[in-house]
Design a protein around this ligand. Sequence first.
Ligand code: SAM
Ligand code: SF4
Length: 328
Amino acid sequence: MLIDNHNRVIDYLRLSVTDRCNLRCNYCMPAEGINFVKKDKLFTLEELFTLSKIMVGQGVNKIRITGGEPFVRKDLMVLLRNLTTLKGLNDISITTNATLIGPHIDELKQLGIKNINVSLDAISKESFERITRRNEFETVYNNLLRLITEGFNVRVNFIVLDGQNTEDILPILELMKNYDIGVRFLEEMPFNGGSKTFNTINWTYENILNHIKSKYSEIELLPSPKTSTSVNYKIKGHKSTFGLIPSFSRTFCGTCNRLRISATGDVVTCLYAKPSTNLRDILRGENAEQNVIAYVLKAIGSKAKTGFEAQKLHSSSVFDSSMTSIGG
Ligand code: SAM
Ligand code: SF4
């Protein structure tokens, strides 16, 4: 079992499969000039499976596949098929922009991969294009509806962006109210590849909640798992739920159960921390399993207690990173 230096069990791995993406969301990366790493610096899908197997052997029971955009890896389904064979891995989840998932929906269903988070920060073609810098709204929206009707456990991730999409907060709740899904509003974090820096945000989770309460007076707080990063609610009469994720305010660190491994092998113990080690060459070297375990244990053995402490441990340069290279 993986236990960090604050006695927290680490059983949830967020595994990034690529740093590449077919969108250019302005809160995640700059429009141009992104230094994607060379292909040989990315794990192969076989290596990603080996790594997953090692981590599951250490007690990880949930893996979220993320990126970059996971589905830009053409053979992603091979990895997913292999992951479903791992005993002890109870939950395989995916975070995706839903542009490329369409042809894979049937197989995902057959494989029993049910938990899909779809990033959607706008409900009109125009604002979607402004934010993502690409013309993919219809594809994303249609795939989202297909995932819902096919019975996936869908959560929509909506990053609240000051001056860009706050007018869509209430309409997206209306749009989704008849579906059995969760809409989660996330605070914007300053991981955008250096295109914008900020130390405070206007749209904190409290302000988002107050905004929602200005329209809906009957809101019920729902029970959530201890390790959940979202505080979840239900509006009276809505089938859907909504959640608030204080990703910038960081009120959830005390129960953190997660570890990230980037597509290039960086071990990221906290989004606000610098990577503590890199596993790529270790996995490609001798005694891979033993060494990977030793390095992971070392990394989680010096995990900062909170995102604020992680941030204090180094200069502000962590904010030069992009979520697409960290692995969101
Ligand atoms: N491409 C996939 C997607 O967009 O869902 C997966 C990778 S993306 C980096 C993972 C999540 O991080 C998405 O929900 C995205 O909206 C979120 N994200 C990216 N940049 C962010 C930022 N600066 N602040 C908060 N969330 C961010
Ligand atoms: Fe791509 Fe996801 Fe980043 Fe948008 S948030 S640019 S879809 S990786």
